[in-house]
Design a protein around this ligand. Structure first.
Ligand SMILES: NC(=O)c1ccc[n+]([C@@H]2O[C@H](COP(=O)([O-])OP(=O)(O)OC[C@H]3O[C@@H](n4cnc5c(N)ncnc54)[C@H](O)[C@@H]3O)[C@@H](O)[C@H]2O)c1
Length: 307
């Protein structure tokens, strides 16, 4: 790949740039942040590792959006953290404002790029980016459910002793504590129940839903960075290699589940064009209910944005 841009050089953005450099996924990385000195400082530090890591990936730090020109992929991690006393709706409005202005810059400077959103609240941010870039929904989607799936796989592996490589986790829906952790996840070709009793799986489900908060509670300042960066790299590699890999991403559903138009996490086939196909897994009755609650919650948040 010739160029990947990362908007937001904070914890996730800088960890992602580091992984792209280590894995030599792109010749150039443009690292953009509202704080130009910060972006430049991170870029200098990362570039200093090129010789040792034998990587020709070069990183440019800037606050000027013209630096994202002609990117193959743009990953958006820019956002404001939730401050003490701030309501969820307030954060939603602040980050929607950021994503809306970032999206307009992307449209202006790199109209052919694939855009991967990371900023929370993810599903709403994907929608805001779609509206403001006007790009096809195949080229604008979010990383969330794949991180949640990786977290579930980690817990199943720890519980059963089976290698993470043999676990097929299935997490869909909202990227929030109300995510849809499916008991249709598999261990090898076996159903979960063959390894873990129902109440055991419920406990793992809860741990998965609370993992983001658990990390925030430990860190006290900041949130997850390595897991999110790895999850974005998985998507970048699938695009780069046109691998047609199934990865759950936050995508626009047009009315696939008769729930209207909204963004949520669904397993998708990812290839060189971004989302090659949105898959529709068979949902159990309780999963259908949860998905329809996601759709309702999405519409409520959207209304809050326009009020
Ligand atoms: N989707 C996921 O699974 C997932 C996982 C982790 C974090 N997140 C989200 O990703 C976002 C970033 O997390 P982080 O831990 O890296 O935060 P962070 O605070 O470390 O970094 C955010 C960066 O964005 C920059 N920024 C703010 N406004 C900007 C603007 N208008 N233009 C350019 N840059 C701007 C800030 O200066 C900062 O450097 C947050 O919204 C977080 O909730 C999502």
């Amino acid at each position: 790949m010739d160029k990947i841009s990362v908007i937001g050089a904070g914890s996730v953005g800088s960890s992602l740039a580091w992984l792209i450099l280590i894995n030599k996924l792109s010749k150039r990385i443009s690292l953009i942040d509202i704080d130009e000195d910060w972006a430049k400082g991170i870029a200098c530090d990362l570039n200093d590792s090129r010789f040792i890591l034998k990587s020709d990936t070069f990183i440019e730090g800037s606050s000027d959006y013209s630096a994202v020109k002609d990117s193959d992929i743009i990953v958006v991690t820019a956002g404001s953290p939730r401050k003490p006393g701030m309501r969820r709706q307030d954060l939603l409005k602040i980050n929607a404002g950021i994503i809306s202005s970032v999206s307009k810059e992307i449209k202006k400077h790199s109209p052919g790029s694939i855009v991967i959103l990371v900023t929370n609240p993810l599903d709403l941010m994907v929608y805001v980016a779609l509206e403001n870039t006007g790009f096809s929904s195949k080229r604008v989607f979010g990383m969330g459910s794949s991180l949640d799936s990786s977290r579930l796989a980690n817990f199943i592996s720890q519980e059963t002793g089976v290698s993470v490589k043999d676990i097929t986790p299935l997490v869909m829906g909202m990227h929030s504590k109300d995510m849809l952790v499916s008991k249709q996840s598999k261990i090898g070709v076996f159903s979960i129940e063959e390894f873990i009793p129902a109440e055991g799986f419920l406990a793992l489900k809860e741990k998965t839903c609370n993992r983001g908060k658990e990390i925030v509670d430990y860190l006290k300042k900041g949130s997850a960075r390595f897991g999110p960066a790895a999850a974005v790299v998985e998507i970048i590699e699938a695009i780069d290699k046109d691998s047609q890999k199934i990865i759950p991403v936050s995508c626009l559903l047009e009315n696939e589940f008769s729930l209207g138009k909204f963004c949520t996490g669904m397993p998708c086939v990812i290839g060189k064009n971004g989302i090659e196909k949105v898959l529709q897994p068979h949902l159990l009755p309780e999963e259908k209910k949860l998905l329809s609650e996601s759709a309702r919650s999405f519409q409520e948040s959207l209304k809050c944005l326009t009020d």
